[in-house]
Design a protein around this ligand. Structure first.
Ligand code: F3S
Length: 708
């Protein structure tokens, strides 16, 4: 296994300066303090503490002592406060940060509106805000910059560790506002160098190990970049390394965040060398001739080639009658006779039983050999040594399995066929899977949509497609998404083939919009327009439907050329107009709700899907200027049915006639309650000159109509 450390990794010059400065104070007897942890690496911080350099959060805690300012720098107020408290200041601010502070200070004096591109809570950014006289605006993205309210004199600076692209995008947004912007590129090249060298290394190796504090943003960023290229492990120290990360690995890349000292990188590399040596030792025990560095390459050779190279190892003792002879590289069939803790004994028909050491039993790490083979099993093995000191052939099942797995993968890759695998472990950027060998499925290729939690695939059987295969680099990249997309395409094709207008189909609401819902009817999304959801009025599809809901729909229209399908839901229920004439006969009084008002009257819903018009002339006896003078949207009113046309789906209604019909009823009740008074009023009617027709004109007209 080759271990390659990235060209730029670990301490940047600023962090190195801070640590060196802090350590140079160490020899003095008195304790020193840092305002906040000196760097984002808790192991280094702990070591410094042991040397009497302790972090504090507030200067008030260390009156009269010495404080070391870390590489992020601090605001001018901190220097002032230190002076007030008689604290000696050792300034280890990174020179690049100091330069940015100076720029901000000068810009503030010239009354610039200052925009700082950076992380709001980062100490370096907070210090810069301090140097701007607390006037600067902090934005961490172009989106935030859009909302800024700025004057015409604007200057932009960046946190030293910001991605270049972010600064450029903020600048673009500000320029779109027609603001004349002065941009100071205060980004430090150290971050850029580390990210670039990590990326190119990750492209070259099988596995990346990224070292640095979990709380270090720049280390997390490095891990993220690497994880897009290969399985990546983020660790803080060598103790976290696991042997299984390096099984069948030829090249490992190592990089480290800017807060990681060389010593920790060296420890990690040393531990990796140990792991590698251990693996090589296992190999050496069984294969004196093989050099561990060539192991994988030799495995890749076909059996014939191997056999030709090793003919001299044929064992003559095996010529005894009835016993099989074999040579190094042969692939033979045997039967498991015994499964021990550290080895498996196999009868291969020779004079002695063959031995499979534990490390040669399986491609995966083996805890319990009996979980892999059982006595009596017939297995294929490769002879890797004809005899050990006791005359037993040394065999490998792993190499046969591995060769078969590669053949299977190559065939699947060549033919584009699917293979089955099992989710093994979630790593940065994706999922490791067992496909006979360890393969990698990038997170974006696990499913068609975004997957929140990849853990749900661990231990599950998955159908996968090989999308990249490189035997020399031991690289196997797979996609589950490709299989799902193919399945979806087949389903879609089937649906198009059988789709016909008038069909009723099961569907799932995928997406709601203002104008309707998109319903998946089998890989094909049809549009259920808002007007086709219900016979009644629907303001928004979400009033009736929700995403993920399963519904039955009717296919209203299929346009194969444009690949559009129109669907209906209301068509699956009876049209309420079919029975409207029967339910609401002319002259009946019905209750309804005012749905909307127009200059020519009000539309009143009698039941969902059935609405009628109360013409403005039918709103009241007297002349009505505006519909809204009489009714408002939402009013519940009684109306009289003047006419129903089910076919045209129209109904004419009258409010004034319904009221007129009500009036005599009320009068009658009044009569019953106050007979004497009524009699008196009646007798007075002729004298007052008021006629009954004046009072009940409409009622009388209606009676006359009814009797015709
Ligand atoms: Fe300084 Fe750049 Fe490091 S700003 S602290 S040298 S990342």
């Amino acid at each position: 296994m080759k271990i390659i450390v990235a060209k730029y990794a670990g301490f940047c010059s600023g962090v190195k300066k801070a640590v060196t400065t802090a350590l140079s104070c160490e020899s003095q007897t008195e304790s020193k303090y840092t305002l906040g942890p000196l760097i984002h690496n808790r192991h280094v911080v702990k070591e410094l503490e042991e040397k009497g350099i302790k972090p504090v959060n507030n200067l008030d805690e260390i009156t009269g002592k010495t404080v070391i300012i870390r590489s992020h720098g601090v605001s001018p107020e901190i220097f002032e406060r230190a002076e007030e408290l008689n604290i000696k200041v050792v300034d280890a601010t990174c020179p690049f940060v100091k330069k940015a502070q100076k720029i901000v200070w000068d810009l503030a004096k010239e009354n610039y509106d200052i925009v700082i591109v950076g992380d709001h809570g980062h100490p370096e950014v907070q210090a810069l805000v301090g140097w701007s006289g607390k006037k600067a605006h902090v934005v961490d993205s172009p989106e935030e910059a859009k909302d800024l309210n700025l004057t015409s004199k604007v200057a932009v600076v960046a946190q030293t560790t910001q991605p270049q692209e972010n600064l450029e995008n903020v600048e673009k947004v500000l320029k779109e506002k027609n603001i004349d912007v002065k941009v100071y590129n205060t980004i430090c090249n150290a971050t850029h160098q580390r990210q670039n060298s990590a990326l190119s290394l990750a492209r070259e190796v099988d596995v990346m190990v990224v070292i640095g504090g979990y709380n270090s943003a720049n280390t997390r960023k490095l891990a993220k970049i690497c994880s897009r290229e290969c399985p990546t492990y983020h660790i803080e120290h060598s103790g976290e390394l696991k042997k299984e990360w390096f099984v069948d690995t030829k090249k490992v890349g190592v990089t480290a965040g800017a807060s990681t000292p060389d010593r920790i990188i060296e420890e990690v590399v040393e531990k990796m060398v140990e792991i590698n040596q251990e693996q090589e030792k296992n190999e050496a025990q069984i294969e004196e001739v093989e050099q561990s560095a060539q192991t994988n390459a030799e495995e890749a050779n076909d059996v014939e080639a191997s056999a030709q190279e090793n003919t001299q190892e044929t064992v003559e003792e095996h010529l005894e009658e009835g016993l099989k002879t074999f040579k190094k590289g042969d692939v033979i069939t045997g039967h498991v006779v015994q499964v021990n803790e550290n080895e498996v004994m196999v009868d291969v028909g020779g004079k002695s039983e063959g031995i499979i050491p534990l490390s040669e039993l399986s491609i995966s790490r083996v805890e319990d050999p009996s979980a892999v083979v059982q006595p009596g099993d017939e297995i294929k093995v490769q002879v890797i040594k004809v005899e050990d000191e006791e005359g037993h052939p040394i065999l490998s099942k792993r190499r046969v399995d591995r060769r078969r797995a590669w053949e299977k993968l190559e065939e699947a890759f060549g033919k584009g066929t699917e293979i089955e695998g099992t989710g093994l472990e979630v790593v940065k950027g994706g999922l490791l899977v067992d496909v006979g060998l360890r393969g990698f499925v990038p997170a974006s290729l696990v499913d068609i949509g975004y997957v929140e939690n990849l853990e749900e695939f661990v231990g599950k059987s998955l159908l996968l497609k090989v999308i990249e295969l490189d035997k020399s680099k031991n690289k196997i990249v797979l996609s589950r998404k490709a299989i799902l997309e193919e399945e979806l395409e087949r389903k879609r094709q089937r649906t198009w083939d059988e789709l016909e207008e008038g069909q009723e189909r099961d569907g799932v609401v995928r997406r709601l919009t203002d104008f309707g819902a998109f319903v998946d009817i089998g890989g094909v999304d049809g549009l259920l327009h808002v007007s086709e959801i219900s016979w009644g009025r629907v303001d928004h599809p979400s009033d009736i439907l929700s995403e993920g809901q399963e519904i039955k729909v009717k296919v209203l229209n299929v346009d194969r050329d444009k690949e559009r399908v129109s669907l209906g839901l209301k068509q699956l229920a009876e049209n309420p107009w079919n029975r409207a004439e029967e339910k609401y006969p002319v002259n009946s009084i019905v209750k309804g709700k005012v749905l909307r008002t127009t200059p020519f009257g009000a539309f009143v819903e009698i039941e969902p899907g059935v609405e009628g018009l109360v013409h403005i002339s039918q709103l009241a006896e007297e002349h009505v200027e505006k519909t809204e003078d009489v009714v408002s949207v939402g009013d519940e009113i009684e109306v009289k049915v003047l006419g129903v046309d089910s076919e045209a789906q129209r109904m004419s209604l009258s409010l004034k006639e319904a009221k007129a019909k009500e009036a005599p009823k009320k009068e009658k009740k009044k009569e019953q309650r106050q007979p004497k008074v009524e009699e008196q009023e009646d007798t007075e009617l002729p004298e007052s000159g008021v006629k009954l027709g004046d009072l009940y004109g409409d009622l009388l007209r209606q009676k006359a109509n009814e009797s015709k």
